[in-house]
Design a protein around this ligand. Structure first.
Ligand SMILES: C[S@@+](CC[C@H](N)C(=O)[O-])C[C@H]1O[C@@H](n2cnc3c(N)ncnc32)[C@H](O)[C@@H]1O
Length: 234
């Protein structure tokens, strides 16, 4: 979709999205999520490629001014790890090591501002799903995907990574913590043989990586789901 083809309804819905970001002042990186509180009112973010409203009509002007000032979405529970963005140079190495391509489906578990799936879609045409517990991060990511022109290949969902079905993944990226990687490990080992798992910094216990690369202060690890699990991983 080109800028000329965007409907007024689409523009209005994204203006709501942008207002929410500015009002909450949470567009930057490196911040810890705020403490959990009751979820704020949600502003619907159109699914990539979807029409912004059932009728195609722009939302009433009142929507644009009344939602934003009080709209402070919070996660439904405390995130398992705070938000820290992976540096772009590390993202690039993660995706190179995973050898992503346009036939892959990449899941980033704890997707933050969406930079990993967005980079994969921009450079390699990869389809991507970001799973993120913090609704503000999901708004930022969906807006960033639109601005990068990849919103039809990438989408971000507010969800708990431990509860999501990720069985269609052919590549999984993680920047979490060692104990979270270990909690996810059984789910990752159930993915189709050949699925690549790439982490920024953290290991998988006694599941030895296929490769690692050092990038500045970071280490990137690569695993491939084996055809047959060795006894110690069953
Ligand atoms: C260290 S950041 C990584 C962000 C991004 N993947 C990157 O590398 O730039 C971890 C993210 O995981 C999210 N998170 C924490 N617990 C989660 C959970 N149970 N389900 C989904 N996301 C979660 C946090 O809100 C945070 O945005």
């Amino acid at each position: 979709m080109t800028a000329r083809q965007r409907s007024p309804a689409w523009a209005a819905s994204h203006l709501v999205l942008a207002c929410g970001l500015l009002v909450n002042g949470a567009c930057g990186t490196g911040q810890a999520p705020p403490p959990p509180a009751a979820p704020g009112p949600e502003v619907s973010t159109p699914a990539p490629g979807a029409s912004p409203s059932a009728t195609g009509a722009p939302p009433p002007a009142a929507t644009l001014t009344s939602i934003a000032p009080t709209d402070t979405p919070r996660p439904e529970r405390t995130p398992d790890v705070v938000y820290v963005a992976t540096p772009q140079a590390v993202v690039d190495v993660m995706l190179e090591m995973a050898r992503v391509g346009e036939d892959d489906v990449l899941y980033d578990l704890g997707s933050g501002d969406g930079r990993i799936p967005i980079t994969a879609a921009r450079r390699w045409g990869t389809r991507g799903i970001g799973i993120e517990i913090h609704p503000m991060r999901v708004r930022e990511a969906n807006l960033a995907a639109f601005n990068a022109g990849v919103h039809e290949r990438v989408r971000f969902l507010v969800a708990d990574m431990f509860e999501m079905d990720i069985s269609e993944a052919t590549v999984v990226t993680l920047y979490l913590l060692p104990d979270l990687n270990l909690r996810l490990r059984p789910k990752l080992l159930r993915l189709a043989p050949g699925t690549r798992i790439v982490t920024h910094n953290y290991h998988m216990g006694d599941w030895a990586p296929d490769a690692h690369r050092i990038v500045g202060d970071s280490v990137v690890y690569l695993w491939t789901v084996p055809d047959t699990l060795p006894p110690h991983l069953r």
